[in-house]
Design a protein around this ligand. Structure first.
Ligand SMILES: C=C(O[C@H]1C=CC=C(C(=O)O)[C@@H]1O)C(=O)O
Length: 383
């Protein structure tokens, strides 16, 4: 493994990068691809794939899982891989984007709000069925076009000012996926596994007293607690067969990013088999009700019906797994795909009985905030 401490991960040298708290994980080049669909990423897939490679190549798989479990994952063995504990963000970040950016919401916020109302009707209509729809996460997207393009290194440096999130950059075949996710899908190290789901949100406030009150109100919100509980239950159910012991908090805690409060629950377990692959665990858990809904297939069908765009890699997972199965996968949130002079941003909100279409639309607007600020674009009320 290379020491990437002297490599500027936001430069072009190591295009795949995950950065949190000064720890960088980065990869350069594509040695071999692992083009399986998410649902095919089962036991021993990574171990067998790496065993068939050339000796001396990095014993690691990195990349991104799409939202759709039936689609091919973007997974590969890089030519070089590095890991280091340094903070490469010392220099001040210049304004990343020309001020002439044009914003185009897809769908329009009013259409999104109407979609939330339709989702609420579908949830209510299924209430007396044997297996009712309990939750669906509806997303929308925002295309930002800038004639002069984007300075992606500056975007990353700006995102990295928030120490509570993990910054990622994944080179895709179609562009560059960049974001700042607050949510850990799964981390596996030896015999231990951790997942830290988030669901239930409130905007941060500038005034400290108002901000603390917003966190208290979120913790006390029955609607947000139900939204959160659906995710915790699904993850606990997904991990239980792999664990000899699993600790699931009975109440969530507030988790803060620079722009949002969330309800979070740190779920930790002891694995029956320490060789199990973190990619297999990620593929089993994905998509959780933090990004899809409950029950999964039914929520995914409603998402296909109501969302007028393709999620692609948004609401998927990004991360890495090594030959021992150790690795870390994050939920692909607060992100954009950059292609030429456009950036497509995504944001979603969990819908449960009691959700309000206007509130959920405002929540998605606030979730665009981190990326828009990093692009140097002001959040305006009609997006
Ligand atoms: C789907 C997103 O957020 C998820 C993660 C945290 C809180 C969420 C919520 O409160 O709705 C979402 O489940 C997104 O940011 O696009």
């Amino acid at each position: 493994m290379d020491d990437c401490s002297r490599i500027d991960v936001v430069g072009v040298a190591m295009p795949f990068a995950l950065v949190r708290d000064g720890e960088q994980i980065c990869g350069e080049g594509v040695r071999r691809r692992l083009p399986l669909a998410v649902r095919e990423l089962g036991t021993n897939v990574v171990r067998d794939f790496l065993a068939a490679g050339e000796p001396g190549d990095p014993a690691i798989v990195v990349g991104a899982l799409p939202f759709d479990r039936d689609r091919p994952a973007h997974l590969y063995q890089p030519c070089r891989f590095g890991r280091a504990r340094t903070a490469p963000w010392a220099e001040p970040s210049p304004a990343p984007c020309a001020g002439d950016a044009v914003l185009s919401a897809m769908p329009h916020p009013q259409i999104y709000a109407a979609g939330v109302a339709s989702a609420l009707a579908a949830i209510a209509g299924s209430a007396h069925e044997a297996c009712p729809l309990r939750k669906v996460v509806l997303a929308r997207s925002l295309v930002v076009s800038a004639a002069g393009g984007f300075d992606l290194a500056a975007v990353i440096r700006r995102l990295a000012r928030d120490r509570a999130v993990t910054i990622f950059r994944v080179p895709l075949d179609t562009g560059m996926l960049i974001g700042a996710t607050p949510e850990l899908l799964v981390e596996k190290t030896g015999g231990t596994v951790v997942s830290w789901p988030l669901a239930g949100s409130a905007c941060r406030r500038a005034d400290p007293a108002a901000d603390a009150a917003a966190a208290r109100a979120l913790l006390a919100s029955d609607k947000d607690r139900r939204e959160h509980a659906a995710v915790v239950e699904a993850i606990a159910d997904g991990l239980a067969p792999f664990c000899r012991r699993l600790d699931v908090p009975s109440v969530p805690s507030p988790v803060a990013t620079a722009t949002m409060w969330h309800l979070g629950s740190r779920i930790a377990g002891e694995l029956k088999d320490p060789e199990v692959s973190s990619l297999e665990l990620a593929a089993r858990l994905h998509p959780t009700p933090a990004v899809c809904g409950e029950p999964r297939e039914r929520a995914a069908a409603l998402i296909r019906e109501l969302e007028p765009f393709d999620r692609g890699f948004y609401a998927g997972a990004i991360g890495w797994t090594d030959a021992r199965g150790d690795g870390r996968w994050y939920v692909t949130l607060r992100c954009a795909e950059f292609t030429g002079c456009t950036a497509r941003l995504y944001a979603g909100a969990g819908i449960v009985p009691g959700s309000d279409p206007g509130e959920e639309t405002r929540e998605t607007r606030a979730k665009f905030g981190a990326l828009l600020a990093a692009l140097g674009v002001a959040v305006v009320d009609d997006v």
